[in-house]
Design a protein around this ligand. Structure first.
Ligand code: AMP
Ligand code: MG
Length: 307
């Protein structure tokens, strides 16, 4: 491990400025969500169940008292279950995802990052997208007011972002922009863009399938403009036990792995919708940084031993 590199980073003016912005982002988001009637819950770090993220990520497991726990990849299931206590929740949730080493220099991937993860009982995708737009514009508005010095330091002029943001479905985007659609879309637009209706094969089992359009999910991503890529992912959730069971099986996942979650689903979950908004990526966008590593102290890049 390169100690000199850390000493340089700890004294880096650029990183200090970015973290100052980030702390104001967190404050602005908290104020907004409190005003909207949300309750902040504390994060879950280990649990027998976490987001499967079956596509490529390894499991981060720890054994406690002979029981197998996993390190949280996202709080999706805990958010759904927490709906039994509160109708509107959010959490600054640390996630650990052992990303492939090819992503080391993507500028967008850390293996430890924080999501502002929220969920609303009974909400539709439409309502949650509208909430996301108001949260985003509120944060940008507050940062322009409270972080003038930092924005000046970065030479960053943030445009006026005016909801409703443009929308495009996955099907449309693939047809018009090809395989690398996310980045092409992100570079082409000057407003954030909603990407909706992902196909069932490429997302996890908990995004709700549209009954009217089998194979299509009631979900969405928000894509930053100016080439900064994905900001958040979310959608409506499957909450009926039988459907969840079927969706798990369709993914080829052993039902036993989600036994505990299924027990909660059997006893009754509420319909809900929500999203997870990456805090480091938001900081990167606001400061106009190439490297997400500059948005936090002790940043962990895939494949690199880090403090
Ligand atoms: P996901 O559930 O994978 O869509 O993650 C939710 C949000 O977390 C994404 O939209 C990103 O803003 C952020 N995020 C996901 N993976 C990473 C990563 N490896 N490093 C930093 N931020 C991430
Ligand atoms: Mg995503």
């Amino acid at each position: 491990m390169d100690i000199e590199k850390y000493l340089k980073e700890l004294k880096s003016e650029k990183i200090r400025q970015a973290i100052s912005v980030q702390s104001k982002v967190i404050q602005a988001a908290r104020d907004f969500l409190t005003g909207e009637g949300f309750v902040e819950i504390l994060p879950v770090i280990i649990s027998p169940i976490t987001d499967p993220l079956t596509d490529y990520r390894l499991r981060g497991e720890v054994e406690c008292y002979g029981f197998k726990y996993q390190i949280t990849k996202s709080m999706i299931f805990h958010k759904q279950i927490a709906m039994l206590s509160f109708p509107r929740i959010y959490c600054f949730s640390p996630n650990v995802r052992i990303e492939p080493t090819e992503r080391k220099n993507s500028g967008r991937h850390l293996i430890e990052f924080v999501q502002l993860d929220l969920e609303v009982r009974g909400a539709t995708r439409e309502e949650i997208m509208e909430l996301g737009e108001r949260l985003f514009t509120h944060v940008i508005f507050r940062i322009k007011e409270t972080a003038r010095e930092e924005l000046k330091y970065f030479g960053r002029e943030l445009s006026e972002f005016v909801p409703p943001f443009p929308r495009i479905s996955y099907e449309q985007v693939k047809a018009s922009y090809g395989e690398n659609f996310e980045m092409v879309l992100s570079r082409e637009f000057s407003q954030p863009i909603w990407l909706t209706d992902f196909p069932i094969e490429i997302r996890e089992f908990y995004d709700r399938e549209d009954e009217e359009r089998p194979g299509t999910l009631v979900d969405m991503d928000l894509i930053y403009p100016e080439g900064f890529g994905e900001a958040l992912s979310g959608g409506e959730r499957e909450y009926q036990c039988e459907k969840i069971r079927r969706r798990i099986q369709e993914k080829g996942i052993n039902l036993e792995a989600y036994d505990l979650y299924l027990k909660f689903a059997e006893s009754g979950l509420y319909p809900s919708a929500g999203f997870g908004f990456g805090i480091e990526r938001l900081t990167r966008f606001i400061c106009g940084l190439q490297d997400i590593g500059e948005t936090r102290l002790f940043a962990k890049k895939p494949g690199v031993l880090s403090l």
